[in-house]
Design a binder for this molecule. Sequence first.
Ligand code: SF4
Length: 327
Amino acid sequence: MPAPVTSPSEFAFELALCAHLEETTDLLPARQLGASVASPGSRIIDVCAVAPGPEFDERTHITPRTIPAAAIESDVGVGHAVFWRDAFDCHPARARRATDRAVDVGFFETERRRGREYVRQATRYPDAWFSRLVGIENKPDLGEPGDLLRQLRLDVSLSLFDEVVLATESYVTGAHLNRIPDVVGIWRFDPETGERDVVREATPLATDATGVEPVDYDSLHTDVAFVTAAEKRTARLKLAERAYGKGWRRYDLPGCGHAGVDSDGRPVCGHFGRVVDPGSECGPDCAAFDPADAPEFDRENLRDTRTDWVADPSGVARRQSGLDRFS
Ligand code: SF4
C-alpha cells in the first residue's frame, strides 16, 4: 500500500508546477528530458520549458510531434529532392531512422526515382520557433537535497539552457542561497495554491559558448568533456523538439476504479484524495486497487486547448503535395 503522503511527492509537485506554468505563462513545459551531451542520459532535467519565438506558428503547422534534429540539420532542402543517403553526414542507420521519422511526421516528402528514395523538406524549418529553453529542477524539500548541487553545477557549466531554475516548496534560507550557484534562479512554489514567488531571478547562461560537462566523478577528481557551441546547438534543437512533441502529460493512467484525472489532466485517486504517481503507486501492490478500465483521457485535446501547441495541424506535406500535382 502506498505510504500516505505528508508532503507532496516530487511527482505531484512537478505536475502542479507544469500545470501552473501552462496556465500563467506562454512557456510550453515538458517533463523528464535528457539534458547532457557528452554522456547522453546521465542528466535528466525535471522540466524543460520552451519559450515560443517569432516563428512559433510556422512550427505548429508542420506536425504536433518531434522532428528529428538529424533531419533538420541534414542537407535535405526545400527545393530539389535528393537521394536520402547523400544528405546525411552520419551513420547510415541513423540517417535512415531520421529520414523515416521525418517522413512519418510530415517534414520530409518522398518520391522514388529508379528504385531509390529521394526526399525534400515539405516546408522550410522555422529555426526561430523557440526563443529560450528554461531548465527547471524540482526539489520540493530542500532538507533532502540528494544530488541537487551536482546537477545544478553541471547545468551551469554545460549551459545548454538559457536559464536554470530550482523550484522548491521549502522556505529558502540564506545558507541555501549561498550554496546554490548564484546564476541559478529560485522559485518558491506552493503546489496546493499554485502561488509562485521568484526568490531569485535566473541569470542568462552562455548557450553559444563551449560548455564543460562533468562525465565521471570520483573522490579525488572529476573528468570533464568539452562540448562545442555547434554540439550544443544540435542538443538544444533536440531538446526543444522533444519538449514540443512530448509535453508533460505522458503518463499512463492506472486501470483502477478509484483513478481519475483532474481538470489539468493530473492523475488523481478518489480513495486517497490526491494526485498519485501511477508508475510507482498504482497497481496490485496498492491495498485499495480496484481493477477497472483506465479513465478516459484526451491529453492532446487538453494540451491543444491550454497552449499554443496544435494537436492536429492541416499539415504542410499534404498541402504541398497537392500543389505539386499541378506543377
Ligand atoms: S488509483 Fe487505485 S491503485 Fe492508484 S493509489 Fe488509488 S486506489 Fe491505489
